[in-house]
Ligand binder design. Structure first.
Ligand SMILES: Nc1nc2c(c(=O)[nH]1)N[C@H]1C(S)=C(S)[C@@H](COP(=O)(O)O)O[C@H]1N2
Ligand SMILES: [Mo]
Length: 199
């Protein structure tokens, strides 16, 4: 398994402005209920503006090669958790299979429970982005997005969708749940892109 250790901060201050560290604690931040996920019917779909739409059952998903990524996590509500070791399928690997079209500048995700979020496709080519099934060697529990979640360490963690089921490639940006409720469209923690308005 390939191991990738990431300088999430890219040489800038390790902890972004306005954040505090939670240490070994790992808060659960979920809007609404934790959904119940049935692995016998679970699937993951990558579609929209791609050359090769992808579809995996849970068994097929577990045949994919995995990477291990050590990265920090920053929630917009101001907590940060450093040195998370995530295991899962590299986003770059799936993008190479699916081949998004050049016009597909954005993606939108779908999750069990109905949560949505969005970001530029360019973000997915960063080597620390992955579709994770494990955290610090343990299978992700339901509260933290198990069986599978997206992890985009360089954006605020609301973009790291839990209980991920689908990713659609689109030409025009499409706001997700928090983006529609005042959060920033992009969400760079080092620029404190927390909200799309000022209080
Ligand atoms: N499906 C789903 N994904 C989600 C959320 C959510 O409410 N639903 N919350 C987001 C927010 S705001 C954060 S900070 C992280 C928190 O992940 P954690 O609960 O594993 O710490 O998950 C993100 N992904
Ligand atoms: Mo968050």
């Amino acid at each position: 398994m390939e191991r990738i250790e990431i300088d999430t901060a890219r040489g800038k201050e390790r902890v972004p402005p306005g954040q505090y560290l939670v240490g070994d604690r790992w808060p659960i931040l979920t809007y609404g209920q934790t959904p119940t996920v049935d692995l016998s019917t679970w699937d993951f779909t990558m579609n929209g503006m791609v050359e090769n739409p992808l579809h995996f059952s849970w068994d097929e998903w577990n045949e994919l090669p995995t990477v291990e990524v050590k990265a920090d996590m920053h929630c917009v509500t101001s907590w940060s958790k450093l040195d998370n070791v995530w295991t899962g399928v590299s986003a770059k690997y799936l993008l190479d299979l699916a081949s998004p079209q050049l016009e597909a500048e954005f993606f939108a995700v779908a999750c069990d429970g109905g949560y949505t979020t969005n970001a530029p496709v360019a973000e997915l080519y960063e080597e620390d982005v992955l579709f994770a099934t494990h955290h610090n060697g343990e299978q992700l529990d339901a509260g933290h997005g198990g069986p599978m979640r997206l992890v985009i360490p360089r954006l605020y963690a609301w973009k790291s969708a839990k209980w991920l089921r689908g990713m659609e490639f689109i030409a025009e940006d499409r706001s997700g749940f928090w983006e529609n409720n005042g959060y920033h469209a992009y969400g760079d923690p080092w620029q404190e892109q927390r909200y799309s308005f000022r209080f």
